[in-house]
Ligand binder design. Structure first.
Ligand code: GLY
Length: 385
């Protein structure tokens, strides 16, 4: 692999394109970018055919990245790996992959059929980051669009901004031509919400504080009873990839915490919290309790550890340790003083080395796809079972 200061022709082209976009954005704050910029190619025009191999191509994702097919043949990680090795832009490939989960109603943690908020409304968060272009986009509390990662990419491609939220994010999506639906609940997500409502009946828990506490307890009870997949309670798919040129991209997309207070935004759309990609270094993203990442900006921390030369596994463990150190409230600790919640990280560096780690060992696995094909791999955990 070449050192971090060398530039392949294509990378130089990427950087030139990104620099041009930044200059133009400064001229038109708060407006959509001109078509000439928004339609900029993500791969270098006229770039020579790929001969140099700078990295082992690799896709790393949460386990749902190799669990769902939305009625098709391939899972998220398979699609991403195939598209990027066919020469698609690495972020295009990642977004095409996570879209399988966003559209599959069986994945109740993401997109259409994601578990709704406390009012029964599906509110989605997503972010995307493109390493070579050094660009990013995200949306939060977006309603009515099945594919929030695509909307996040439209924010990246067509505006000078990084984050749009709520009804205005929806208005932006409508203006960009995305179909808007009244309700993204599937039959399953609505039934689960009705069950949660039954268990948290406001007439039994009149105070707002009690309702908040009971709402969370009932959510966890439904997880324990097997009504909700534990990984779907905090939702989310994260997927990161590096192609043979060492070009990195990542996406985190989610329906967020099940039964959340309307308006709650998790870590997924916040750059540095639920996702961070540095095109020179690596990519990290997360699933699990988003508040832990909002407090610690853990994905950014992990990428910074990669920058210091750490292996992805050591860097990711450092992120988990930071979360553990900063979790001091008794309501979040068990009898041993360990966090009661789980957080997972998925990391790939610019050479294709990867890691998947979790705070607790729950027996879950994460997904990778390499030249050896797709695999579900056990997490390394910080705290054991
Ligand atoms: N990690 C997803 C969330 O907390 O919303």
């Amino acid at each position: 692999m070449s050192d971090s200061t060398s530039s392949s022709p294509s990378r130089r082209e990427f950087i030139r394109t990104a620099t041009g976009a930044t200059a133009a954005c400064a001229l038109v704050p708060g407006t959509l970018l001109p078509t000439a910029l928004s339609g900029q190619p993500r791969t270098a025009p006229g770039a020579p055919a790929l001969h140099l191999r700078e990295a082992e191509p690799k896709v790393v994702a949460s386990g749902n990245g190799h669990d769902f097919r939305n009625g098709g043949e391939e899972t998220c990680v398979e699609v991403v790996f195939r598209l990027m090795t066919e020469g698609e832009d690495v972020l295009d490939a990642v977004i095409a992959g996570v879209e399988i989960n966003e559209l599959d109603p069986g994945d109740t943690s993401v997109g259409y059929g994601g578990l709704p908020n406390g009012d029964g409304v599906v509110q989605l968060d997503a972010s995307v980051m493109h390493g070579p272009l050094r660009r990013a986009g995200s949306v939060a509390c977006l309603e009515g669009v099945r594919t929030p990662a695509q909307v996040a990419r439209a924010v990246m491609d067509h505006t000078d901004h990084h984050l749009l939220v709520g009804p205005d994010a929806q208005r932006f999506a409508r203006n960009m031509g995305f179909p808007i639906e009244d309700d993204l609940n599937s039959e399953q997500s609505r039934e689960l919400w009705l069950e949660w409502r039954r268990r948290t009946d406001p007439s039994r828990w009149p105070s707002a504080e009690d309702r908040e506490q009971v709402g969370h307890q009932m959510g966890l009870e439904m997880v324990r009873e097997g009504l909700i997949d534990a990984e779907h309670y905090w939702g989310t798919i994260n997927c990161n990839a590096v192609n043979a040129r060492g070009e990195l991209a990542g996406c985190t997309t989610t329906s967020g915490l099940a039964w959340k207070i309307p308006g709650r935004v998790g870590d997924s759309p916040i750059l540095g919290a639920g996702l961070y990609v540095d095109g020179e270094v690596g990519a990290a993203g997360s699933t699990g309790r988003g508040e832990a990442n909002l407090f610690n900006l853990t994905s950014y921390l992990i990428v910074e550890q990669l920058r210091q030369g750490m292996h992805p596994l050591d860097a990711a463990m450092e992120g988990l340790r930071r979360i553990q150190e900063n979790t001091v409230e008794s309501r979040l600790l068990d009898d041993d003083g360990d966090p009661t919640f789980n957080v997972n990280f998925y990391v790939v560096d610019r050479s294709g080395r990867h890691a998947g780690v979790s705070l607790h060992d729950t027996g879950r696995r994460f997904a990778i796809c390499s030249e050896n094909g797709p695999e579900l791999v056990p997490f390394e955990s910080l705290l054991g079972e």
